[in-house]
Write a protein that binds this ligand. Structure first.
Ligand code: AMP
Length: 420
């Protein structure tokens, strides 16, 4: 089988590696770190040809933007097998207000919310909530359009900045204001064939730039997946209360959702509550989730794409930790063109995968920074501590000027999570 992965980031690199255990993979457009061979001996290549023109048996669409823009519909219209929702389902991520509407309709527990395109009613709603307050752009903002604050004045000022269009352009001309939820956060990636769902291993991600959850929100600075991160009973409850009813609500709206549903949740004292649904694999969660899936990932995604999901993947009893290495100036103004050193040394380390996200080549063909999040270094092992050690062992041989990363990814999780 030949699979075309659409995208260019670390998530797509992780997908390519997992798919290449059992299939030939071409990534469109991909990045310079991707070409090579998967563990199963199948080749991974990249192409500048538009995905619609790549000859393949299955298309896997990585990022949200092409999904929101209807790439899956376009491919399906040509009778292609596609993993990824059409534009109708992708609205779940394309509009936070739409997502909240569907969650309410499906009675999925979520934070109290309101959607506004004028300042006054938004400020009035803020005053009704006890705080902390959350202000989000309605439209896509690469994971950066969210403010969580204990300071009501800051929330009110952020509403003004977003609605004016100054902060996020048109994506912010409508805002969603929410009550801030308190509790541990987790991400659950679920495969859906339009009706049936199966869960992938649970992950935890680290959104803030600095150690100890300091600094600004980012697209994600690291992730961890391990046995017992969230108890099996809680995962089952999330599937029953938060995912099944959502898929049923989508079906009632005539939406045949074939792809991944990524639920971001907070485990509150009142039970799990959904923060958001994304319509694609999480980045960097994918980098820690897929190494823990033993099944044939190509087969799994093809089953979902065809509407016949039969395999229920069982997580391996292992752990994976991903540390993101970001460019100088990220997330505000990432600097490009810095020479990356140490990739060869890291590449030969055991139980380590160096996944490229924002890399490019200079005039002499040497790797340089070319985006905000540049590399994701994933370590695997039987327990969290070992996986962490592997990841940081490789991080410590990689360097460039101004490289930023957190030192506390998966720290304090002991020798390993307890078996569930
Ligand atoms: P989102 O893009 O909606 O996932 O938001 C990004 C991050 O902001 C989440 O991962 C949470 O850490 C935080 N966040 C979003 N909504 C809330 C909320 N209602 N309460 C607390 N934190 C939130």
């Amino acid at each position: 089988m030949k699979v075309c992965v659409v995208g260019a980031g670390g998530r797509e690199h992780a997908l390519a590696l997992a798919l290449a255990r059992t299939a030939e993979v071409v990534v469109a457009p991909g990045n310079p770190g991707m070409p090579g061979t998967g563990a199963g001996g199948y080749p991974i290549s990249v192409t500048d040809v538009p995905p619609e023109s790549v000859p393949a048996d299955l298309w896997v669409i990585g990022p949200e933007q092409p999904l929101v823009d209807g790439l899956a519909d376009k491919l399906r219209a040509d009778d292609h097998l596609v993993f990824g929702p059409g534009a109708d389902g992708a609205r779940l991520e394309g509009s936070k207000a739409f997502m909240k509407e569907v969650l309410d309709e499906a009675r999925v527990p979520t934070a109290r919310w309101g959607a506004f395109d004028e300042v006054r009613p938004a400020h009035e709603f803020v005053r009704q909530l006890p705080g902390p307050w959350v202000v989000k752009t309605d439209g896509l903002a690469s994971g950066k359009g969210v403010l969580v604050t204990d300071d009501r004045a800051e929330a009110e000022a952020d509403i003004v900045a977003k609605l004016s269009g100054d902060a996020f352009g048109d994506a912010g001309r409508r805002v969603v204001v929410e009550e801030g939820l308190v509790g541990a956060e987790c991400s659950l990636l679920v495969l859906c064939d339009g009706t049936r769902i199966v869960a992938l291993p649970v992950a935890q991600d680290y959104k803030r730039l600095e150690d100890g959850d300091g600094g600004p929100n980012t697209g994600g600075m690291g992730a961890c997946s391990a046995v017992g991160l969230v108890a099996d009973a809680v995962v089952d409850r999330i599937l029953d209360v938060s995912v099944e009813p959502l898929v049923a609500a989508l079906r009632r709206r005539g939406i045949d959702y074939r792809g991944v549903l990524y639920a971001g949740l907070i485990l509150t004292t009142d039970g799990p509550k959904v923060l958001e649904y994304n319509v694609r694999f999480g980045d960097p969660e994918t980098q820690v989730v897929l190494p823990r899936v033993d099944e044939d990932v190509t087969g799994l995604l093809a089953e979902a794409a065809a509407g016949h999901l039969r395999t229920d993947p069982r997580p391996t009893p292992s752990a994976a930790v991903c540390v993101v290495l970001a460019a100088a100036g990220y997330p505000v103004a990432p600097r490009t063109g810095d020479r990356i050193e140490g990739l060869e040394r890291a590449a030969v380390m055991k139980d380590v995968a160096v996944l490229h996200a924002g890399t490019g080549l200079d005039d002499l063909g040497r790797p340089v920074t070319a985006g905000g999040r540049v590399l994701g270094v994933t370590g695997t092992g039987p327990v969290v501590a070992g996986a962490r050690e592997k990841a940081y062992g490789a991080v410590d041989v990689i360097n460039w000027e101004g490289m930023q990363h957190r030192r506390d990814i998966a720290a304090g999780m002991g020798a390993g999570a307890a078996p569930s």
